[in-house]
Design a protein around this ligand. Structure first.
Ligand code: CUA
Length: 322
């Protein structure tokens, strides 16, 4: 939205941008209405009932049940409308569809790094297809950042030691801003980038142009060998570590009797802090990789492990190549 050629509001470039804006303007209108009504009443009554001569005494008012009911019930209804509407928009924004295309993002002082499952890696740039839900799994290599796409009306913090996620479906091809929306040090304001939304065929063409190192999972497979994970995690299950074949999505039993579902969070923890959850029947022999492996390599390893579970129900599907 532009006023006199000055952009004052970002484009509505995602499927839920209109919903977010409608809610935002509704709340803004309600607040503006009451702010103006209160300000106007203060001025109007101040003039109307000002003291005209000495010795004046105000009328005695005992209260009014209908009036008190009105100013309790009406604001309650308005607040519940905001709550219900807000909850429904929030619910939609926080739940990525199952078929979403998966991309990894890492925040680092002071840049955004993106990794596609097909192997492309970008810094402060992100290429995505239009008309397709995109899920971004976010981590941070140092402090808290916040990945913000104003035109898509979505934003999620990048938190060290944890995966967070956001999703959106971009509708209109074009270039849009990426910001960091959490103060993260000297060059926070420079931690910006551009997301380029391409028509699906152009996106496929763009994909063909890179990925020299192979897919993310293939890079993870090389790391798996380089870090000698493969010497203990044998597919046969006879190794010193559990077999990783077809484990994603399953529930494994731990030494202390607890169980855990194998997902990205558990895999991440088991690589960085291998002593945290020992699988039943195995010894705590695995070294910890905390501080020895970058966030980018970590997601490559996780993608490799996921690729060993082709039957898992919630795999992150790479874009179909045509
Ligand atoms: Cu990163 Cu602000």
């Amino acid at each position: 939205m532009k006023i006199f050629g000055v952009p004052i509001f970002p484009d509505q470039a995602s499927t839920f941008a209109k919903d977010v804006d409608a809610l935002y303007f509704f709340i803004l209108a309600v607040c503006a209405f009451f702010a103006l009504a209160v300000a106007f009443s203060v001025i109007y009554f101040g003039i109307k009932y000002h003291k005209r001569h000495d010795g004046e005494i105000g009328a005695r008012i005992e209260g009014s049940l209908p009036l008190e009911l009105m100013w309790s019930v009406i604001p309650t209804i308005i607040a519940m409308v905001m709550f219900g509407w807000g909850a429904s928009v929030f619910y939609h924004i926080r739940r990525p569809p199952d078929e979403a295309m998966h991309i990894y993002a890492v925040g680092k002082q002071w840049m955004w790094k993106f990794q596609h499952l097909e192997g492309q890696r970008e810094i402060n740039e992100l290429h995505i297809p239009s008309g397709r839900p995109i899920k971004i799994t976010i981590s941070s290599e140092d402090v808290i950042h916040s990945l913000y796409f104003p035109a898509f009306r979505t934003k999620t913090d990048a938190i060290p030691g944890r995966y967070t996620e956001l999703w959106f479906e971009a509708q209109t091809p074009g270039k849009y801003h990426i910001f960091c929306a959490e103060y993260c040090g000297t060059n926070h304001s420079g931690m910006i980038g551009t997301v380029t939304v391409l028509e699906p065929p152009q996106y496929q063409a763009w994909l063909q142009g890179g990925g020299l190192e192979g897919s993310l999972a293939e890079r993870g497979a090389r790391l798996f060998n380089d870090l000698t994970c493969n010497t203990c995690h044998l597919d046969s299950g006879q190794g010193r570590g559990p077999s990783l074949k077809d484990i994603v999505g399953t529930t494994v039993k731990l030494q202390d009797g607890a169980t855990v579902v194998v997902d990205e969070v558990y895999l991440r923890e088991s690589i960085l802090n291998s002593q945290a959850k020992i699988v039943e029947g195995f010894k705590p022999l695995m070294p910890t990789f905390q501080g020895l492996i970058s966030e980018e390599n970590l997601v490559a390893l996780i993608e490799h492990v996921k690729s060993m579970s082709p039957k898992a129900t919630t795999p992150a599907k790479p874009a179909e190549k045509k």
